[in-house]
Design a protein around this ligand. Structure first.
Ligand SMILES: O=C(O)CCC(=O)C(=O)O
Length: 312
């Protein structure tokens, strides 16, 4: 990508376009207030959807504009220019090749290293469809080695250590942090949030209120992503969640027929892959194996928007 960036710069210079030395400042304010005299809210929303769809269709004319790229050795500046700032997802391979965690983090090693330290996890998820909306109701605690023994029995989606538990779990997981290193091209040095669970965990369709980097350390995960331009097809009923819940479930699609039109990006993350999910991109995540993943939102650049999210 670095080479591509240099070529683009050279091509622009060749036709007399030097570009600006500094980024164009954003002057729109946090969230512009609607002018007093404007069309009804529904028409304004329909027109906003229309322009997003038209732009999406136009991007689909070009593979370079619309494909989900996989990159290696992507320097921070190229990540910022081509993905972070434009809000475009990308898979980056090889960035954690030097992490001891990549080879060490087997279930046995994790259980031995963290031992009997008490951790918090999300439990009883099979009992209630709204397990993500009602996160606090599903908080449970147990010794980490007991948690690992419990999930080895194949609990599927019932028990999962998620980012929501990470503040409580930071001290218990501290001994593991010598196996990871800062990803200084993209991130500031703060530690990320660990997700640990068996094959079959499922995080329902939602979008995040921050840009997010998913770092797959052990096992594989399947991520289905839908661009923000298709939000009108996704029955956003509460907060950041979709009533569709699972785009792979035919019964849910039958109950929410607009969602059948969705064009999604499908990614399988293997150990060592990182996935950048920009703010506002819908995604659902299913683990295909015992899985350990770290998520990070501490990018080197501003990661803003959540503070102005219009709750309905
Ligand atoms: O890996 C998962 O189960 C969910 C990750 C996710 O959706 C997120 O970090 O926003």
């Amino acid at each position: 990508m670095a080479g591509g960036n240099d070529k683009l710069d050279a091509a622009l210079k060749a036709i007399g376009l030097g570009g600006l030395d500094t980024p164009r400042p954003y002057t729109g304010g946090p969230r512009a207030a609607a002018p007093a005299a404007q069309l009804p809210e529904a028409t304004v929303a329909a027109r906003r959807d229309w322009i997003m769809q038209v732009q999406e269709r136009q991007r689909s004319l070009s593979m370079n504009a619309s494909a989900l790229m996989r990159c290696r050795d992507l320097p921070g500046q190229a990540f910022l220019d081509h993905f972070y700032a434009p809000g475009r997802p990308v898979v980056i391979e090889g960035a954690i090749a030097d992490w001891p965690a990549l080879t060490r983090w087997t279930p046995d090693y994790l259980a031995k290293t963290v031992g009997t330290a008490e951790i918090e996890y999300q439990g009883g998820r099979n009992e209630a469809a709204d397990f993500e909306l009602a996160k606090d109701r599903h908080k449970r605690r147990m010794a980490f080695d007991a948690f690992m023994a419990m999930i080895a029995a194949g609990l599927g989606n019932d028990a999962y250590i998620t980012a929501y538990n990470s503040a409580t779990n930071a001290a218990a997981f501290a001994p593991l942090m010598t196996d990871v290193s800062p990803i200084s091209e993209y991130l500031t040095p703060e530690p990320g949030m660990l997700w640990v669970g068996p094959e079959g965990t499922f995080t329902p369709l939602h979008f995040d209120l921050t840009n997010n980097l998913l770092i797959q350390i052990a096992g594989r995960k399947h991520v289905r992503m839908v661009p923000p331009s298709q939000t009108r097809l996704l029955y956003n009923h509460r907060h950041v969640f979709s009533a569709v819940h699972d785009l792979d479930d035919p019964a849910n699609l039958a109950a929410h027929p607009l969602a059948k039109q969705v064009a999604s990006y499908d990614v399988t993350l293997s150990p060592g892959d990182m996935l950048y999910i920009p703010i506002g991109w819908w995604h659902q995540v299913r683990s295909l194996d015992f899985s350990v993943m770290m998520t990070c939102t501490n990018f080197r650049w501003p990661n803003l928007g959540h503070e102005e999210f219009p709750e309905g």
